[in-house]
Design a protein around this ligand. Structure first.
Ligand code: GLN
Length: 381
């Protein structure tokens, strides 16, 4: 018998894979895992074809295709007034999750403390633990999930290395406000604390609110690794392409890890993305596109028995169900698949202590037909 010690003994398969598999088995409408069920732009697909046919099928540069990094720099400059140099401050990654993992791997030493806010996307804590870091969790509560900055200050110690933020937020659909930014600036001022800012839903923000990217604020940008995702931007989650931006000294460390982790990202996709980023409407129209879906889904569920939580950004709608059932949220989510054929994610999955507020998360990045059917079924609850 081989003796072996797991590096993540308590970790099972992530909730998105679990719920998607259950949805598939039951042939249910899958509003659990966050991904669009509609096609990306055909132009994007033909740009990839073209790139392949033109022979762009070997390794891309380790840091990403220069024309893509230039397009990212131009977009960031235009939207957030921030200048990131394509040569040494932007790296193309194999999706947001890889960028997050690499950022944590490049910065966290054993015993470094990292503050995360829960509910949190599920990849943050394991990555910190794998580096020997200590996860300092702060639980946020529904319905508004506001960050209590006085409490955050209490979590800061001489070991605090990083704070991880995510706006627009998965799963709660909240967005950082100006007041949060002010607090963050004062909290980190004259410290060595880094910020890892997961901004993969930056363009999916509703009701005319601006996305408060760390890039906009020089005091924060100087200590931030910003993570973005083309999967969310262009409905291509399966391509697994994203990027990370950081000041040169930090990006240098990021690249030291990136080169041994993925080395480089698929070449034809990068050619296509560099071209497609020139069409600004493709991403500037995203907020309106998803706001219509949000509004349809919310108004459809208004007469249901669920209580809708606010939704200011990202493509998730949370609902409260604990006045309907006393089941825990995982059990309720499974019952929902069996009884009405709709799959959701139980929000306790986003808390390390599995805190259960009786809330489910639905993804509304779905075609009209799917949303119509889902609403119809959910009204039967
Ligand atoms: N980001 C998506 C979600 O929150 C899915 C990512 C994944 O499946 N790992 O559902």
């Amino acid at each position: 018998m081989i003796s072996f010690q797991s590096k993540l003994p308590k970790t099972g398969t992530n909730i998105f894979s679990v719920m998607s598999a259950l949805a598939q088995q039951a042939d249910a409408i899958n509003l659990s895992q966050g991904f669009p069920d509609f096609e990306c732009s055909p132009e994007l697909v033909s740009l990839v074809n073209q790139a392949m046919q033109q022979g762009h099928n070997q390794y891309a540069p380790m840091t990403g295709l220069l024309s893509l990094r230039e397009a990212i720099a131009a977009k960031t400059q235009e939207l957030y007034g921030a200048s990131y140099h394509p040569d040494n401050e932007i790296t193309v990654t194999a999706g947001g999750t890889q960028a997050i993992f690499t950022a944590i791997c490049a910065t966290i030493h054993p015993n470094d403390e990292v503050i995360i806010f829960e509910p949190a996307y599920d990849c943050y804590a394991p990555a910190i633990q794998l580096m020997g870091g200590v996860v300092k969790r702060m639980e946020l509560e529904p319905p508004d999930y506001r960050i209590n900055w006085t409490m955050v200050r209490r979590l800061i110690s001489s070991h605090t290395k990083m704070v991880i933020l995510n706006s627009p937020h998965n799963p709660t659909a909240t967005v950082l406000q100006e007041e949060d930014i002010r607090e963050l600036i004062s909290l980190t001022h004259k410290t060595d604390i880094l910020i890892l800012s997961d901004e993969v839903y930056e363009h999916i923000i509703f009701d005319g609110q601006p996305h408060r990217s760390m890039a906009r604020y020089p005091e924060l940008a100087e200590r931030s690794l910003i993570v973005a995702s083309f999967g969310k931007l262009f409905h291509i989650t399966g391509w697994k392409v994203g990027y990370c931006m950081a000041p040169a000294w930090l990006m240098n460390e990021f690249r030291k890890i990136h080169q041994f982790n993925v080395f480089s990202v698929n070449t034809p996709m990068q050619y296509a993305l560099a071209d497609f980023l020139q069409v600004k409407e493709a991403y500037l129209g995203l907020a309106d596109f998803y706001q219509q879906k949000r509004d349809y889904f919310r108004s459809g569920l208004e007469s249901s028995r669920f209580e809708l939580l606010p939704c200011a950004g990202a493509y998730f709608q949370s609902v409260k169900f604990n006045h309907i059932s006393e089941d825990n949220d995982l059990l309720f989510a499974k019952t929902l698949i069996d009884r009405v054929g709709v799959a959701a994610v139980p929000n306790s999955a986003f808390y390390s202590k599995k805190t259960d507020f009786g809330i489910l998360r639905f993804c509304f990045a779905k075609k009209q037909e799917t949303l119509t059917k889902a609403v119809e079924q959910l009204l039967k609850v």
